[in-house]
Write a protein of this length. Structure first.
Length: 361
């Protein structure tokens, strides 16, 4: 019972520790794309996600080497940890949403989508959205390391190289996300979504536990002896997707920061404009309207394949989630843009025909 309670409250303690690290560690101070609803000024952010991640992982390694905590403790207590994170996510949602003015929608809609657009705390030192992504990503990384440790402890004489590849690729995903924190200040999540169950519970419970569902389901399975050339192909699928997702987001970031600057020094921006709004329509954003979503799906597929169990359904839940999430988000974004840009958006649709997958959709 004691171990179960420790597992339940472990995410609470980890999140509290990560909040403390975020507050005390050095950070970059930058302006974002989103403006304060009251003053009209760009919101300012403290960004130190990669440093927080490095310190947290170092503490995890120290705990393992010292014997204070078994290497696979988070794996052994993954179910009680998930329950604790899910409970905390619910409490966070109710506390943040029900203390804010109603949006005029019904309470269930407000709880799911949120009421506050860009909540900040501690005199602006903490932005709720950026903190949620930071703590979710860091706990995901700790879970991945612990789950992989369980596999290596279970099969010390013949561990799967696919597990090492999976953790390596996913660690790249987490680290590069936090390295490019500033770029994400210019993405859909930051300027369009509110903080409710979808974002709060999603980052506190779903993100750190579901994203690694592939390894969760296969850590107890033996080495499938996937041929090395196939592992190379799977890594290429992942990095091909990463190139699309990161390239598209970086091109948009560069354009919003300086509309005249060529991306990568070679891709000069081509735009459509009505005198009030301007849309980027070449480079990555000329391939499809959301080629970055295609990149996310390819990355998830590369991860599912890397584990070496292509007929196991669980690893494919992660790519399927992206298909459902991003397909729905693309429709919502298309509707929002049509309302915002009007005839200009119709012109952009004609210029860039495909929604996500060129030649298919």
């Amino acid at each position: 019972m004691t171990e179960t309670l420790l597992g339940f409250f472990a995410p609470w303690a980890i999140y509290a520790g990560l909040l403390l690290l975020h507050l005390v560690l050095p950070a970059r101070h930058v302006e974002g794309y989103v403006r304060d609803e009251r003053t009209g000024e760009p919101l300012r952010y403290r960004l130190n996600g990669l440093l927080v991640l490095v310190v947290a992982v170092a503490l995890w390694f120290a705990a393992g080497w010292s014997g204070w905590m078994p290497w696979d403790w988070l794996y052994v207590h993954r179910w009680s940890g998930l329950a604790g994170a899910a409970t905390l996510g619910l409490l966070f949602t109710f506390a943040l949403v029900l203390t804010a003015p109603s949006t005029g929608k019904n309470v269930l809609a407000d709880l799911f989508l949120g009421r506050r657009l860009n909540p900040q705390a501690f005199g602006g030192r903490v932005d709720a959205k950026m903190l949620l992504y930071l703590v979710g990503a860091t706990l995901l990384e700790l879970n991945l390391l612990s789950f992989a440790a369980h596999h290596w402890l279970t099969f010390p004489d013949d561990p799967s190289p696919g597990v090492a590849l999976y953790v390596g690729l996913f660690s790249w995903f987490v680290c590069e996300y936090l390295f490019f924190e500033r770029v994400h200040l210019y993405t859909y999540d930051l300027f369009a979504e509110r903080v409710g169950f979808k974002l709060g519970w999603g980052c506190l419970a779903f993100y750190p536990y579901f994203y690694g569902v592939g390894l969760w389901a296969t850590a107890d399975l033996p080495n499938p002896h996937t041929p090395t050339p196939l592992l190379v192909v799977y890594a290429l699928v992942f990095f091909g997707g990463w190139s699309l997702a990161r390239g598209a987001n970086m091109q948009k970031f560069v354009f919003k920061r300086d509309p005249s600057r060529p991306f990568l020094g070679a891709i000069r921006p081509e735009t459509l404009s009505n005198g009030q709004h301007t849309l980027l329509c070449n480079g990555f954003w000329g391939v499809s309207r959301h080629v970055n979503y295609l990149g996310e799906i390819l990355m998830a597929s590369g991860l599912a394949l890397a584990l070496g169990w292509p007929l196991e359904p669980a690893p494919w839940l992660y790519p399927l989630y992206y298909v459902l999430l991003l397909g729905t988000r693309e429709r919502d974004d298309d509707k929002r843009c049509a309302e915002k840009y009007g005839a200009l958006w119709d012109e952009y649709r004609k210029r860039v025909r495909w929604r996500i997958v060129p030649g298919v959709y």
